[in-house]
Design a protein around this ligand. Structure first.
Ligand SMILES: [Zn+2]
Length: 91
């Protein structure tokens, strides 16, 4: 019987393995089956799997989203404004 700990440890690799062939190689085909079987019968691990999946999705969206070209200028402008305000307060 596979313990939850072992499955949880490999959840990341399992998630990557669905899209990344080299990541899938880090889990043997035999273990892949065992983990999937455990996952389908264990509520706790299903929860962990879903949570990891959500995190990965969120990260993927962040990575895909391009920064607007004027973002850096906007940040610099805002910092300059804040600095100016600070100096004003001190005086
Ligand atoms: Zn489990």
């Amino acid at each position: 019987m596979v313990s939850c700990k072992i499955v949880e440890k490999n959840i990341d690799a399992m998630l990557d393995g669905r899209t990344d062939k080299s990541a899938k190689k880090s889990i043997t085909a035999k273990n892949w089956k065992i983990f999937n079987k455990h996952l389908s019968s264990c509520e706790q691990c299903q929860k962990s799997y879903k949570e990891s999946e959500n995190v990965k999705k969120a990260l993927g969206i962040l990575r895909m989203r391009e920064c607007p070209p004027d973002l850096e200028d906007n940040i610099k402008k805002r910092i300059a404004e804040q600095e100016a305000r600070k100096k004003h307060c001190v005086r």
